[in-house]
Write a protein that binds this ligand. Structure first.
Ligand code: GDP
Ligand code: ZN
Length: 364
């Protein structure tokens, strides 16, 4: 990181040498960098070195939802612009959480951008639902962020060996994912998590009641969920009356918490599914047919592993369910894919009919 970026007023908001490099051409145009900390009603709040500015969210290609500003975006802002000051462009996103479902609108919707860590909060107060954990992990991988599972309310599992078993169970469900335990109540495990979040931007995912708000408040050491925009970089700032969705953690790192992210189901997470079920995808490489659906095909390595007990049946069921659900969600929103699927169904139907004709032919 260059000396100029280490003293840059946006460092607490995630500004680093790579963003600085990406911003160079805009700096030459006299624009200032800023990070979007909140989006509401077609406008956004952007923290910049000259204070927080309110800007329009739609620009360049207003009809392209992927080009609409979202929380976490880095933008080039025109400080001389009128009121509202305009976002001139967005720096290319490193990662993005995209929701592709909505019954009325078929476009994707960006919920958060430039997230490095996706913290999946899982409550230890209720029985572990590994299917649900897998779902959130798929979401996280799909966004490009690195997932971390945080088992919350660890104070409710006082027996260390029971706790260790739970961590192990989640660990086998989540290959390549760190699994931490925390108790916001006893303030245990927070230091490890804070160290992990100390660089980059994080989001909190997880079911309602998983302990996300309590955890966020514990991480900030105060009730951030209620914190008003009181941290303008210039210290005086124009205070907005609304809450920010992106906050700088006291020891470094940034936390994003948006209502949209909170309500997530499963979005368009096809490649994420593969990463959560990496051992199944590896098995699938050894199936006889490349397009094996692992349902009843001969030479299916996945079914063989399930038969031998090497692959737990619960894993296979969960994988199938997630695949089906995901395909359905994508199909619901993607007209082209829907048409392809329809063609595929027709083709299969035709093949089925042809096979039956052939059989009949044999009988004749
Ligand atoms: P959110 O919906 O994910 O934001 O969950 P909340 O933060 O609102 O927490 C849901 C419930 O879990 C609340 O009643 C909290 O008091 C409780 N809770 C949160 N963290 C802990 C913890 O570390 N230990 C215990 N025992 N309860 C907790
Ligand atoms: Zn197979």
């Amino acid at each position: 990181m260059g000396s100029s970026s280490s003293s840059h007023p946006l460092v607490p908001y995630g500004w680093d040498a790579d963003w600085e490099a990406a911003f160079t051409p805009y700096a030459e145009q006299g624009l200032v960098p800023g990070r979007v900390v909140r989006v509401d009603r077609g406008q956004c709040d952007v923290v910049t070195p000259v204070g927080t500015v309110r800007a329009d969210t739609e620009f360049v290609v207003p009809r392209d939802p992927m080009k609409v500003v979202c929380t976490g975006d880095w933008a080039a802002v025109d400080p001389e612009g009128g009121d509202p000051r305009y976002v001139r462009t967005l720096l290319p996103r490193r990662t993005a959480f995209v929701r592709s479902t909505s019954s009325k609108r078929s476009e994707g919707q960006i919920l958060a951008a430039n997230v490095d860590h996706a913290i999946v909060a899982v409550s230890l107060a209720v029985e572990l639902d590994l299917d649900r954990v897998e779902r959130f992990l798929a979401l996280a991988w799909e966004s490009g962020a690195q997932p971390v599972v945080v088992l919350t309310k660890a104070d409710l599992v006082p027996d260390p060996s029971t706790l260790a078993h739970l961590v192990e169970d989640v660990g086998t469900t989540a290959p390549g994912v760190p699994v931490l335990t925390v108790s916001a109540l006893l303030e245990e495990g927070l230091d490890v998590l804070l160290a992990l979040l100390g660089s980059g931007t994080s989001v909190l995912l997880g079911q309602s009641g998983a302990g996300k708000s309590t955890l966020a408040n514990a991480l900030f050491g105060q009730d951030v969920m209620d914190v008003r925009a009181a941290r303008d970089v210039d210290g005086k700032g124009r205070h907005t009356t609304t809450t920010r969705n992106l906050l700088a953690l006291p020891g470094g790192g940034v936390l994003i918490d948006t209502p949209g992210l909170r309500g997530v189901g499963l979005w368009d997470a096809e490649s994420g599914v593969g990463q959560v079920f990496s051992e199944i995808e590896e098995l699938a490489d050894r199936c006889r047919f490349q397009d094996c659906a692992h349902e009843a095909e001969p030479g299916c390595a996945v079914l063989a592993a399930a038969d031998s007990g090497e692959l737990p049946l619960r894993r296979l069921e969960s994988y199938r369910k997630l695949k089906r659900e995901n395909q359905w969600i994508v199909a619901k929103t993607d007209a082209r894919l829907r048409a392809e699927l329809r063609k595929d169904w027709k083709k299969r139907g035709a093949e089925g009919r042809a096979a039956m004709e052939a059989k009949r032919g044999r009988w004749r």
